[in-house]
Design a protein around this ligand. Structure first.
Ligand code: ADP
Ligand code: GLC
Length: 496
C-alpha cells in the first residue's frame, strides 16, 4: 500500500510528547512490512536543521500565501519525508504549538489549516510528485481537516484518523471557517461545527473511513461521558468503525543493554548492574546515594492529565517515609511551583528538573526503582512501557493504555510470574498512596521485586505487532472505499 502519514511532530526532529515517538516509529515499522509510506510534517526550524539535503519539489499557494514542499528522508531510513516550508507559519521559536512562554500561537488554526490543505493536495497527487497514496493516515486534530476535505472529492484515497488524545480538539471561533477557505458543505453539526465553533478533530471523527485510538481500553472509555470530552455521542455512533491499537515503543532507542545515555548498560542477565545507574543518578541530583532507599520518579508533561495533583496531594503523607523522589518535566506553573516547594523543603529527599531533556529521561528510567504514573486518563502512555523495559516498576492508575500494558501485582499474577507493576482503580489520593505503599512493600522483598522487574523486562512492546494491526486497519478502510461505501456515518444520522 501507498500510505501518506501526517503528523504535527516527529522524533527525533521535533517532540513535545508521545505523538512524536509514534510518528517517528510507526512509519519505520510499516516500511519493514514492505509498505510504501511517506510522511508530511511542517518545516519547523529544528526539523530543517536536523535533516540533511532538503530538496524543493513543489511550490504551493495555501490560504493565499506561498509555501514550498521540501523533500528529504526520515533520519537513518529511506522513507521519504516532506517538510511543508512556510516560514511565516512555522519558523518560530518554542514548540510546534506554543511560544516559548507556553502560550498557544494565536494563528494555530491558520498554521494547521494550511498544513491540512497541503495534505489534501498531496493525497490527491496534485503536486506533480507522481505518487498517489491509497491511504491517508491522519493523527490528532492538527490533521483533522484532511478527511473532511477529501470527503468532497469523487475519487480519493481511504482515510484513517488516529486519536492520540481526545482532550485536544482544535476548536476555534466560527469565523475561522471561512478564513481557512473551507467549503460551506462542511459547516453543519454532522460536519466540522461543534457548538457553533469550528472543530478540527471533528473532521477526523466524522469523515475518516476508520477511526482508531492508541489503546483498546481508551477506545472504549472515550465512548462514555467521563472520557468523551463532549464527543462521546459521535464516537459511540461510530463504534463499529472505531478500534484501539496499542502503541509500540522504539526498542532500539529504549534498550538498557545498549543505551548511550545511561552510565551503566544492563540486561536481564546482568540486572544487578542497574544499581550503578541509581547511585549515579542520586549523585547527579545531590540526593544521598544509597542502594536501599527506594527511588521513585516521574517523567512527563506537568498537566492535570498526568495526575500531578495526586502526587502533590500525596506528598505530605509520602514524605514521612524513607523514600526519594525525582521529577523530570515541564508544564503548568502551579504544578512546577508545587514540586519545587517539596524539593526546597526536603532537598535530600526530593529533586526536580524542570525542562525537557531526552538523555536525562533515559537515565532516570534506568536509575529508578519505581515509576509513578497516576494519570487521570491516558490514551496509551509510553513511559510505563519504557519503565518495564528498564526493570523499573510502574505504579499506575488503571485507565486507558496503562490498564492494557501493566499487570497488577496481585497474588495470582505474582505466582504466575505475569505481574509487572502496581495498579489502582480510582484516581483519588488515598488509592494512589496505598498503591505506592504496596509497591514499597514489594520492593522490600527482593526476590518478589526481581520477579516483577524481570517479567516487565521480558514483555514485547515492539512496534511489529501494532504495525501489522495498522496494515489490517488500512485494508479495512481501503476495502470499504473500493466497494464505494462512504463512511456510514456520513449518510443519515439522527440530529444530536
Ligand atoms: P504524552 O504524549 O501524553 O505526553 P506519553 O507517555 O505518550 O505521554 O509520551 C511522553 C513522551 O515524552 C515520552 O517519550 C517521555 O519520555 C517524554 N517526555 C515527557 N516529558 C519529558 C521531559 N521533561 N524530558 C524528557 N522526556 C520527556
Ligand atoms: C498522547 C497521549 C499518550 C499517548 C501519545 C501517543 O499524547 O496523551 O497517552 O501515548 O499520545 O499516542
Amino acid at each position: 500500500m501507498n500510505i501518506l502519514f501526517l503528523a504535527s511532530e516527529l522524533y527525533p526532529l521535533v517532540k513535545t510528547g508521545g505523538l512524536a515517538d509514534v510518528a517517528g516509529s510507526l512509519p519505520r515499522a510499516l516500511r519493514e512490512l514492505d509498505q510504501d509510506v511517506r510522511v508530511l510534517l511542517p518545516a519547523y526550524p529544528e526539523a530543517k536543521e536536523r535533516c540533511q539535503s532538503l530538496t524543493p519539489v513543489a511550490e504551493l499557494k495555501l490560504l493565499n500565501r506561498p509555501a514550498t514542499l521540501l523533500q528529504t528522508t526520515l533520519p537513518d531510513t529511506d522513507i521519504p519525508l516532506w517538510l511543508l516550508d512556510a516560514p511565516h507559519w512555522y519558523d518560530r521559536p518554542g514548540d510546534p504549538y506554543s511560544s516559548p512562554d507556553g502560550a498557544p500561537w494565536p494563528d494555530n488554526a491558520e498554521r494547521f489549516g494550511a498544513f491540512c490543505w497541503a495534505g489534501f493536495h498531496l493525497a490527491l497527487n496534485r503536486l506533480g510528485l507522481g505518487w498517489q497514496p491509497d491511504i491517508v493516515h491522519c493523527n490528532d486534530w492538527q490533521t483533522g481537516l484532511v478527511p473532511a476535505l477529501l470527503s468532497l472529492e469523487a475519487a480519493c484515497p481511504a482515510t484513517v484518523f488516529t486519536i492520540h488524545n481526545l482532550a485536544y480538539q482544535g476548536v476555534f471561533p466560527a469565523a475561522t471557517f471561512s478564513q481557512l477557505q473551507l467549503p460551506k458543505a462542511l459547516w453543519h453539526v454532522e460536519g466540522l461545527e461543534f457548538h457553533g465553533q469550528l472543530s478540527f478533530i471533528k473532521g477526523g471523527l466524522m469523515y475518516a473511513d476508520r477511526i482508531n485510538t492508541v489503546s483498546p481500553t481508551y477506545a472504549k472509555e472515550i465512548q462514555t461521558p467521563t472520557f468523551g470530552c463532549g464527543l462521546e455521542g459521535v464516537l459511540k455512533r461510530r463504534s463499529h468503525q472505531l478500534s484501539g491499537i496499542l502503541n509500540g515503543i522504539d526498542t532500539d532507542k529504549w534498550n538498557p543493554a545498549a543505551d548511550p545515555w545511561i552510565p551503566q548498560t544492563y540486561d536481564l542477565q546482568s540486572l544487578s548492574r542497574k544499581q550503578a545507574n541509581k547511585l549515579a543518578l542520586q549523585r547527579r541530583f545531590e540526593l544521598p546515594a544509597g542502594a536501599e532507599t527506594p527511588l521513585l520518579v516521574f517523567i512527563g508533561r506537568l498537566v492535570a492529565q498526568k495526575g500531578v495533583d495526586l502526587i502533590l496531594q500525596a506528598m505530605p503523607n509520602l514524605i514521612r517515609y524513607p523514600l526519594q523522589f525525582i521529577f523530570l518535566g515541564s508544564g503548568e506553573d502551579g504544578f512546577e511551583q508545587g514540586l519545587l516547594y517539596w524539593s526546597r523543603r526536603y532537598p535530600k529527599r526530593v529533586a526536580v528538573h524542570l525542562g525537557y531533556d531526552e538523555p536525562l529521561a533515559h537515565w532516570v528510567e534506568a536509575g529508578a526503582d519505581i515509576f509513578l504514573m497516576p494519570s487521570r486518563f491516558e490514551p496509551c502512555g509510553l513511559n510505563q512501557m519504557y519503565s518495564q523495559r528498564y526493570g523499573t516498576v510502574p505504579v499506575v492508575h488503571r485507565t486507558g493504555g496503562l490498564a492494557d500494558t501493566v499487570v497488577d501485582a496481585t497474588p495470582d499474577q505474582l505466582a504466575n510470574q505475569a505481574a509487572t507493576g502496581v495498579s489502582f482503580d480510582h484516581p483519588v489520593v488515598g488509592a494512589f498512596q496505598e498503591a505506592v505503599k504496596r509497591a514499597w512493600l514489594l520492593y522490600s522483598q527482593p526476590s518478589i521485586w526481581q520477579r516483577l522487574q524481570r517479567a516487565g523486562m521480558m514483555r514485547d512492546f515492539s512496534w511489529r505487532r501494532s504495525a501489522a494491526e495498522y496494515c489490517w486497519l488500512y485494508q479495512q478502510a481501503l476495502a470499504e472505499r473500493k466497494a464505494g461505501h462512504p463512511p456510514t456515518f456520513r449518510q443519515s444520522l439522527p440530529p444530536y
